[in-house]
Design a protein. Structure first.
Length: 199
């Protein structure tokens, strides 16, 4: 299969690329680094990327930003960070990618454990993660040409413990290999409309 990994130069993205490259042709795209540039907050950037690479069998998104900060000082502009990037960015990839997805192909998006286990400062993450999972569940009914769509919900990745671990007492870090395996299950498996937990 030809698999596109958007955000393939980040910590989780690199692990996904390493896992899927064992069995598939992987196209790495990212805002910085990688063979192809893409900004998922821009429809024009996504369209240009799809025109450049043409057809693909699967797309995985491990990209998207959201606001991390105190709720009392959070503004509408802060909320828009997660909406425009992590939520609409991933939705754009699906909507604009449908014509380029081959018969029986799949989309895999990324939500996250903060939907089910939020901590202070993460309301923007929790909100967009919930919206992503709702989108995946509903879109699965209507994708054509036997296409599939799932989301992976990673836990606290081992590589992120140094940055976020102090704010998440009692949460065990998840090995990158476990997270990458969840994405491989979505790409290579048969599920659709599912949220695959790697928590």
């Amino acid at each position: 299969m030809r698999v596109v990994v958007v955000g393939g130069t980040g910590a989780i993205g690199r692990s996904i690329v390493a896992e899927l490259s064992k069995r598939h042709e992987v196209v790495v795209a990212a805002r910085s680094g990688g063979a192809h540039r893409i900004d998922i907050s821009s429809a024009a950037s996504i369209q240009a990327f799809y025109r450049e690479i043409q057809g693909f069998d699967a797309l995985v998104c491990a990209a998207g930003d959201a606001y991390l900060g105190d709720f009392e000082s959070m503004t509408e502009a802060d909320v828009a960070v997660g909406v425009q990037s992590k939520l609409l960015g991933q939705v754009r990839l699906v909507l604009l990618g449908r014509p380029f997805l081959r018969e029986g192909g799949s989309f895999t998006l990324t939500s996250g454990f903060l939907l089910r286990d939020p901590v202070p400062g993460t309301s923007n993450f929790a909100m967009v993660n919930g919206a992503i999972e709702g989108f995946v569940r509903a879109a699965a009914f209507e994708l054509r040409r036997h296409a599939r769509i799932n989301a992976v919900s990673p836990g606290l990745a081992e590589e992120s413990v140094g940055v976020y671990g102090a704010n998440m007492p009692g949460r065990l870090p998840v090995p990158m290999s476990t997270i990458a395996a969840a994405y491989a299950r979505s790409v290579e498996g048969f599920q659709t409309g599912q949220v695959l937990l790697a928590e």
